[in-house]
Design a protein. Sequence first.
Length: 330
Amino acid sequence: MNKEKWLIKGFADEPVDKSIDLKKAINELKKEKNAVILGHYYQQGEIQDIADFVGDSLALAQWAAKTTADIIVLCGVHFMGETAKILCPDKKVLVPDLNAGCSLADSCPADDFARFVNEHPGYTVISYVNTTAAVKAVTDVVVTSTNAKQIVESFPKDEKIIFGPDRNLGNYINSITNRNMLLWDGACHVHEQFSVEKIVELKAQYPDAVVLAHPECKSVVLKLADFVGSTAALLKHAVQSDAQRFIVATESGILHEMQKKCPQKIFIPAPPNDSTCACNECSFMRLNTMEKLYNCLKYEFPEIEVDSEVAKKAVLPIKRMLDISEKLGL
């Protein structure tokens, strides 16, 4: 194992013998090492299929907090691994590729956000889970798209709130709660790129289709939507709806689970502005592969580490989110 090379590259890239049955080998390693694989809905389908649990950011945090496994393999992006490590400091947390970052987290540098918070004394700080541990360390409560509305509404109406980093989610929460939160100017590159014109064209082509949209999308896209919700909420709505056709404006990985749960229904990915693409994928999420997952479990690397002082501060708003979510039945 050339670990020095991996430390530079950030992932376990040793060639895997093509004759190996990766699914079988991964399951054997998982059992041998008492490991659990947590996968986000935006992962490629074969990783979702082999994961012990697939969910959105809130569900992954909830599962990480209660697992009895010795090793957590987080198939998602870096901040999700950090969240798991913060909640489980005594467990080994692995990710298949350390380079799997997040454009939304990158849009909110910790030093800049801390300075912004200091410039607005007396504000309660609410941070989206799509942030680094260092940003969470200067936060009062963390939220996900599943619980943001309810957690914001748990504060008095006159509470002065800073919401970061997603301006689209913040604007949406302001609009449905009649709040005036001060927003950090960040965004997700995937959800920013949906084409309004192409969604309108698809809707004209399929007038019976229900448009589902994630609140990280721009407001002009949300206005076209029949239903707005978190990744998990979009999935639930698709399952429960009587409609047979859906246009889905979020990362296209969720279509795998939608199709599994509703094989008789038709799911059309909303296209991005890029004319060469038929769907919108997160390039960071796609860095994780079955080969990297296998090597990750085999060599127990790359491992997520979080500075102990940062973790002590960051765990408080994360636990506050989990406690509020539990009380609200989320």
